[in-house]
Write a protein that binds this ligand. Structure first.
Ligand SMILES: [Zn+2]
Length: 139
């Protein structure tokens, strides 16, 4: 992907990939850093010379909590209660996402906290309207 992508097409490209289990990001040709979610320019240096890359899906869960009140969009009400967390992607960016494989209980979160940073793998969560990005704890 060498040409500048118009933002609406970029969003469609991202969600079509997500639907197929492909996790797109942008890599800067100038500073080599990765931007996620993908945008038309590098979030690190501002260069428009970016190209699409697929992420490995490998991440480390840094922090997790449970949502007593789901995010404001109605699509999240259907999966509530759920665990939500911050993860660092193998490629660098830190993202927020729904965490799978952990019960949304104080006990499960306490156990997770005691284990420290744990590996997680990206997964597509199918919703009625759009797929969303989730990460499954793998240990
Ligand atoms: Zn850059």
């Amino acid at each position: 992907m060498n040409d500048i992508i118009e933002q609406p097409n970029l969003i469609r490209w991202y969600y079509e990939g997500l639907k197929q289990g492909v996790f797109w990001a942008m890599k800067c040709k100038k500073c080599k850093n990765v931007t996620f979610p993908p945008t038309g320019c590098c979030e690190h240096c501002g260069s428009w010379e970016v190209e699409g890359i697929t992420l490995s899906g490998d991440a480390t869960l840094l922090y997790a909590t449970h949502n007593i009140a789901p995010a404001c969009h109605p699509r999240f009400e259907k999966i509530a209660p759920y665990v939500y967390g911050h993860l660092q992607l193998k490629e660098g960016p830190i993202v927020q996402a729904v965490i799978l494989g952990v019960e949304p209980t104080p006990e499960a979160l306490h156990d997770l906290f005691n284990r420290g940073p744990v590996p997680a793998k990206a997964e597509t969560i199918e919703m009625e309207d759009l797929p969303i990005l989730g990460f499954r704890v793998t240990l």
